[in-house]
Design a protein around this ligand. Structure first.
Ligand code: UT7
Length: 316
């Protein structure tokens, strides 16, 4: 067996928390509607000089510092995102510059929307197996407020900005992530037009279609991971589900029959931060002493693509 374990985490959120009442000043909505339909009470938006690049660097730097490693020990760096400041250079290349990784460090961005962080974890696990240096840095970061249509109440109340990062180590005696990744190509349910598209680069979402997809994909993916690992769901210490909608999580918890106390999240405070959602929660659980050494977290992302991704990550 060979795989990765989690050594440390980091996170960064913009200074400004935007409450549901703040959103109600911009569009025809209410705290009551948003909270009951989604579980969201606030989210963070970049303001002033805050950028995607800045959030990414802060979270990555914190994770690296907490790992006790130096930048030149990192062999692979992957940033999961869909809202980067530049199409090129990749956000991961800017981390190479700003953190000072060696020039032979593999650095690139990956877009699998809300599944991005877990896609990136698996990618890094595979790449580290072949790398000279066995430490990897994985970041999930979004500045979704930059691509949010603040005239569309059905989407703008959902999304927030933030970054989460993880330093991992690959060893021959570490367990595999038992990652289960997938994609069902779909352009209509959730899309953001690119640089060459005629429409503005805003998030467009058919909420109901994505909801239907999510309540099927999340429990299916979680089950597939534990089956692949030869475990049962009750052997999992913590469930780290993408924070898209509390109702989706509640549905999955019920369907899987797992202990709801192992599935607590942070959607009320952070909203949906796409690729940043899983690592932000992971950081909260690790720094809060909820996920402790030797424990396993089942991380599951789902969303645009349409994609899904699950992996069992053990804290070293
Ligand atoms: O991270 C990627 C994955 N994304 C997701 O998993 C999101 C999945 N989808 C969802 O979470 C939900 O579908 C939403 C939260 C986006 C929407 O909830 P819903 O229960 O599906 O509401 P709906 O779209 O069916 O809208 C119901 C009503 C509509 O009014 P009518 O047509 O019934 O009169 C909407 O116009 O709610 C209205 N509405 C709002 N009302 C107040 C939509 N947005 C708002 C709003 N405030 N912000």
């Amino acid at each position: 067996m060979n795989g990765i374990k989690l050594l440390s985490t980091g996170s960064a959120l913009p200074r400004q928390a935007v409450t549901n009442d703040d959103m109600a000043k911009r569009v025809d909505t209410s705290d009551e509607w948003i909270a009951t339909r989604t579980g969201i009470r606030s989210r963070y938006h970049c303001t002033g000089d805050e950028t995607h690049t800045g959030l990414c660097l802060s979270a990555a730097k914190q994770a690296l510092e907490r790992s006790g490693l130096t930048a030149d020990q990192i062999g692979v760096c992957v940033v999961a995102t869909l809202s980067q400041d530049y199409l090129t250079p990749a956000a991961a290349c800017l981390l190479q510059r700003d953190l000072g990784f060696s020039e032979d460090t593999v650095c690139f961005d990956l877009n699998a929307a809300c599944s991005g962080f877990v896609y990136a974890l698996h990618t890094v696990e595979c790449l580290l197996a072949a790398a000279k240096r066995k430490y990897g840095l994985v970041v999930g970061v979004e500045a979704l407020s930059r691509i949010t249509d603040f005239t569309d109440r059905s989407t703008c109340v959902l999304f927030g900005d933030g970054a989460g990062a993880a330093v991992v180590e690959w060893r021959e005696d570490y367990p595999s992530l038992h990652a289960v990744l997938g994609c069902r190509g779909n352009q209509e349910a959730l899309y953001v037009p690119g640089a060459n598209a005629p429409a503005p680069s805003y998030i467009h979402m058919d909420g109901k279609a994505v909801f239907r997809f999510a309540v099927e994909a999340l429990p299916r993916c979680a089950k597939a991971v534990v089956e692949q690992a030869g475990m049962t769901l009750d052997q999992v210490d913590r469930f780290v589900f993408h924070q898209a909608n509390q109702r989706i999580i509640d549905f999955a918890v019920k369907k899987l029959g797992v202990d709801p106390d192992k599935c607590t999240g942070n959607i009320a405070r952070t909203g949906n931060t796409s690729a940043a959602s899983v690592p932000l929660l992971l950081d909260e659980l690790v720094t809060g002493g909820v996920l402790t050494s030797g424990q396993k977290a089942l991380c599951v992302g789902f969303g645009g693509g349409l994609t899904w991704a699950g992996a069992l990550l053990e804290l070293a």
